[in-house]
Ligand binder design. Structure first.
Ligand code: R5P
Length: 287
């Protein structure tokens, strides 16, 4: 078994190889002077079972291209089996056309990965599980809910209410609740514009309870912050959040920092964005 990594998250790659007690494969992964991606494997991979760790963090397109070029290099160097380990699969929110003349970018990315040389994909909490079906190769679709829920159990909060911030997250929230105990509440959300969210309705009793909002990702942060405000307005005792992928686009960190949310737990499927931080955000590893 050999493990290589691109530049998307050296910290996660190091945590994974340290769990495996295996060294990281030697390779040059960088850029030529004109900006093109440059890869040179510095180890023999002929006949090997190879794993490439590359999450789709920002800059997304550059990290995706690095992954594609590494896969191509491995395929041409006769690796026996190549698994692309993609903790966060980007473009997953473009998995269907919502109006005419739009792409299905999640499918395009799937095609690119297979064409480049991936024999298997290992990923976590796809925004839409249907994306698994975009591949005709094996996909190991892992979930981070056990890690996040175990952490909440250790916090020992009584009177917990697990909150789905929209209809798409109900199954994940229910799975979380099954592991932590407590009751379930469901929010109906609408998006008045891109990167905006507002709460329409809420089902479930939250008064006097510690609320935990469970979601697959935090991007603009609006879903989370608006859900937290609605929960407190309905009498929740405190609000925390557990999300798998901390995308934290744009002003998300500032929104969270200024919000009444006590703590936000995310995993390290993505590195925290550089230059912005919040003491309200805590990272759990999926390594
Ligand atoms: C909804 O479709 C997703 O499950 C997340 O709730 C959403 O992507 C979070 O986005 P934002 O942080 O931009 O509101």
């Amino acid at each position: 078994l050999q493990v290589f990594a691109g530049n998307s998250s050296p910290a996660l790659a190091n945590r994974i190889v340290s769990e495996l007690e295996a060294p990281l494969g030697r390779a040059i992964v960088g850029a030529w002077k004109d900006g093109e991606t440059r890869v040179k494997l510095e180890e023999n991979v002929r006949g090997s079972d190879v794993f490439v760790i590359q999450t789709m963090s920002r800059p997304v397109n550059q990290n995706l291209m690095e992954l594609l070029v590494i896969l191509d290099a491995l395929r041409r160097a006769s690796a026996a089996r190549i698994t692309a380990v993609i903790p966060y699969y980007a473009y997953a929110r473009q998995e269907k056309k919502t109006s005419g003349r739009e792409p299905i970018s999640a499918k395009l990315v799937a095609n690119l990965l297979v064409t480049a040389g991936a024999d298997r994909i290992l990923t976590m909490d796809l925004h839409s599980p249907a994306i698994e079906g975009f591949f005709d190769i094996q996909v190991d679709h892992l979930r981070a809910t056990p890690i996040l829920a175990a952490h909440f159990r250790r916090l020992g909060l009584d009177d917990l209410v697990v909150v789905s911030p929209d209809s798409g997250s109900v199954a994940r929230a229910e799975e979380f609740r099954r592991r932590t105990g407590g009751s379930l509440a469901i929010i109906s959300k609408q998006r008045p514009g891109p990167e905006r969210a507002e709460v329409l309705e809420m089902v479930g009793d939250v008064e006097g309870r510690h609320a935990v909002i469970v979601d697959d990702m935090i991007s603009s942060g609006w879903t989370l912050v608006k859900a937290a405000e609605a929960l407190l307005a309905r009498g929740a005792r405190s609000v925390r959040a557990a999300a798998v992928h901390g995308v934290f686009a744009g002003e998300a960190m500032r929104l969270i920092q200024e919000s009444p949310i006590e703590k936000v737990f995310v995993t390290d499927t993505l590195p925290l964005p550089e230059g912005v931080s919040s003491d309200k955000v805590e990272v759990l590893t999926v390594a």
